[in-house]
Design a protein around this ligand. Structure first.
Ligand code: E4P
Length: 211
């Protein structure tokens, strides 16, 4: 039940790591672009900050280009790098070629059919986009639940992503996700509750009372 922070921002990942609850970091091309830095620089920085797995998503379209990109990145961080591959025919082909020696995550999964193919290709992780599916009119947590059943014979684990609130995180875990990844602001929200705030206010008021 590992918790990953979904970010390519070094300062944010540093703050996340300081919380002491984060196992690894997931990135994607949008997060990398937002950082304003080259992917290689971002992955190098994140690996300095986080001792756990770092997920890098290959951005190229063809299997050959993705393979070249994966090799370049794996050479720099061989033990901890997880190659994240979009669920396309080209991506699945890449996973089948390198999945035995390099852990791969098949990402942007929205169906059971995609899940099955990712497992057959040799994915170590399958990544459903939970909130996006719900926003599109589907059932994100329901997908996670049925994915858990379909992958029971494989070694793949579910890393639930696209989680936009503490409730999304909890629903994904409750539905059977092995791991979750969320933005730092969602992780910070998870520590908060109105009743906790009220209890703290009562403790503070009690301290101010004359004994
Ligand atoms: C996960 O690895 C992805 O980076 C992320 O969660 C994608 O989801 P979003 O684009 O809906 O936030």
């Amino acid at each position: 039940m590992a918790l990953f922070v979904d970010s390519a921002d070094a300062d944010e990942v540093k703050r996340a790591m300081e919380l002491g609850v984060i196992y690894g970091v997931t990135t994607n091309p949008i997060l990398i672009a937002r950082s304003g830095k080259e992917a290689r620089q971002v992955i190098a920085e994140l690996s300095e900050i986080c001792p756990g797995p770092i997920f890098h998503q290959v951005a190229a379209g063809s299997t050959e280009e993705m393979l070249a990109e994966a090799k370049t990145f794996s050479a720099r961080l061989p033990q901890r790098l997880v190659i994240k591959v979009p669920c396309t025919l080209e991506g699945l082909r890449l996973v089948s070629q390198i999945g035995e020696e390099t852990p791969c995550a098949v990402t942007a999964i929205f169906t059971l059919a995609q899940t099955y193919l990712a497992c057959q290709a040799g994915a170590r992780y399958v990544i459903p986009y939970v909130n996006r599916l719900t926003r599109a009119g589907g059932d994100g947590p329901g997908l996670v639940k049925t994915m858990r059943e379909i992958i029971s014979e494989s070694e793949a684990e579910i890393l639930a992503a696209s989680l936009k609130s503490p409730q999304d995180v909890v629903s994904a875990l409750f539905s059977g996700a092995h791991h979750v990844t969320a933005p730092l602001k969602v992780i910070e929200e998870m520590a908060k509750d109105q009743l906790t705030a009220e209890a703290l206010a009562e403790f503070a008021a009690a301290q101010d009372e004359p004994s």
